[in-house]
Design a protein around this ligand. Structure first.
Ligand code: TRP
Ligand code: ZN
Length: 476
């Protein structure tokens, strides 16, 4: 085990190693040991854990601190595939820390500074373990600065999909759900710890660089342009993007003068027309779900091999021109998934069920009864269909995260709820959910409590049947 201090363990290596041995008798375990926990109980500094305890992604996120803000400065040279970056993370300890983890996949760390002092660090798979020069007190603000570089590596999810940074023929796309943010920046990479973001991306001036929130500046010098993006609202790390390529930039205005910036690969067709639908879609969603939760909107339509769309916060990302229903789905996620994020990945149906059900409601504007007929068609699927297992709120394995139960049975669960309480009450509960939990993260049991309060009806049976129990629910 070697904690590194500075760029490489050269002259001071022996001292560093000796110090490491003195401070760390034997290998530092990946999670807190009994003695660590006793130390934490006593308020003595101990090691932060390597994960937040997500049942599907045990290494995602970290213990011992919470992040308030990420300030990312990225420079990307596409022809050399070289990213050079600095991350400044403002955080707060939740325990006294002798060391803590960040999530970082691939890339080379050059320097880590904690609370103004150079820190030692160690790479352990996707964990960047940092040992500050001095322990950090409990419940104290501190900053972490990480300088790093390299050719980012795409993370392959348990279901085989591309996660995080992916190369395109003219740059890169970043689609980071569920854990790909760690391919771009060191993070407390879990939706239970949301933060505000400022992202500056420097690219050759024939390219554009797109991130979240509002574009606050664009400066060109010596053939390079820096794009500055500001996201003032809480954002889960998986909703961050840093997408780079040749784009046409479209400006528009949405409800209440909302600024809309869209970025369209000029080789796609029909994408401008889709981008022009954003204001009308947002107006409709606002009527259903309440005020749009963020400061800006838009879409990114890039040519990529992703094979899926992502509800990137404020600016959904598509791997080609989407149809209107897919646009509606990704915009609905701004309320469900983005403003309110899942407390753990187990609860992802809260994102996908609502976004899918919004597609049903959208279809029903033209074809009354569309939601019911979609429900009916699905309900007729045989008991052995992949639709019925595992249950949406208990997907069991990470490979099931984006399965049919999460999307389609999740939407059916909401339709069953709507049928029981009525559309007006259902939408009232939806609005309340998006409002009460905005900026945070929530779990399935909290939706039940809220829906029971809003409707005045007991919903335990309905939630159990549709969300928790394996197999096709009887009698609906
Ligand atoms: N959350 C995305 C959506 O439904 C889909 C998605 C993200 C996805 N990552 C994925 C689907 C990986 C399959 C595999 O809008
Ligand atoms: Zn979705």
């Amino acid at each position: 085990m070697t904690f590194r201090f500075g760029p490489r363990p050269t002259a001071g290596a022996a001292i560093v190693l000796a110090l490491g041995a003195a401070l760390l008798p034997g290998p530092l375990p990946a999670t807190a040991t009994g003695t660590d926990r006793q130390a934490a109980d006593a308020g003595r500094p101990s090691a932060g854990s390597a994960g937040v305890g997500d049942p599907l992604f045990p290494k995602a996120g970290n213990g011992g601190y919470r992040v308030g803000h990420y300030d990312l400065r990225l420079t990307y040279a596409p022809q050399r595939r070289m990213l050079r970056a600095r991350a400044t993370i403002t955080a707060r300890t939740t325990q006294a820390l002798s060391s803590f983890h960040l999530d970082l996949y691939g890339l080379t760390v050059d320097r880590v500074v904690v609370a103004g002092d150079p820190a030692r660090w160690e790479r352990r798979g996707q964990e960047l373990v940092v040992r500050p020069a001095r322990p950090l007190a409990a419940d104290a603000a501190f900053t972490i600065r990480v300088r790093y570089h390299g050719a980012p590596r795409t993370y392959i999810d348990p279901d085989g999909s591309l996660d995080g940074w992916s190369y395109t023929d003219d740059g890169a796309v970043v689609a980071a759900e569920p854990v790909g943010a760690m391919t771009v920046f060191p993070a407390n990479n879990h939706p239970s710890d949301k933060a505000r973001f400022d992202v500056a991306i420097r690219v050759p001036d024939n390219l554009k660089a797109v991130s979240n929130g509002v574009l606050t500046g664009r400066r060109t010098s010596h053939g390079w342009t820096t794009w500055r993006w500001h996201e003032p609202d809480q954002m889960a790390t998986h909703l961050m993007t840093a997408t780079i390529g040749r784009f046409r930039m479209l400006r528009d205005r949405g409800p209440g003068g909302l600024p809309i910036w869209s970025f369209i690969d000029p080789r796609t067709s029909g994408a401008r027309a889709i981008a022009h639908r954003i204001p009308a879609v947002l107006r409709r969603l606002e009527r259903w779900y309440g005020d749009y939760p963020f400061v800006s909107s838009g879409v990114i339509v890039d040519r990529s091999r992703l094979g899926y769309a992502l509800e990137v916060q404020t600016r959904p990302l598509f791997d080609g021109t989407p149809d209107l229903s897919t646009l509606v789905h990704e915009l609905a996620h701004q309320w469900y998934g983005n403003a309110v994020s899942p407390r753990t990945w187990q609860h992802i149906w809260l994102n996908e069920g609502f976004a899918t059900y919004t597609e049903w409601l959208w279809a029903a504007r033209r074809h009354p009864g569309a939601a019911q007929s979609r429900f009916d068609r699905l309900y007729r699927e045989p008991a052995g269909s992949s639709l019925w297992s595992p249950p949406p709120a208990d997907p069991g394995r990470a490979a099931n995260l984006f399965g049919r139960p999460v999307y389609d049975r999740g939407a059916m669960a909401l339709h069953a709820l709507r049928t029981q309480v009525g559309l007006a009450t259902f939408l009232q509960a939806g609005r309340r959910w998006a409002q009460v939990h905005a900026g945070g993260s929530a779990r399935t049991s909290q939706l039940r409590t809220l829906a029971e309060r809003v409707s005045g009806e007991p919903l335990g049976r309905l939630f159990a049947d549709w969300l928790w129990r394996d197999g096709r629910p009887d009698g609906y």
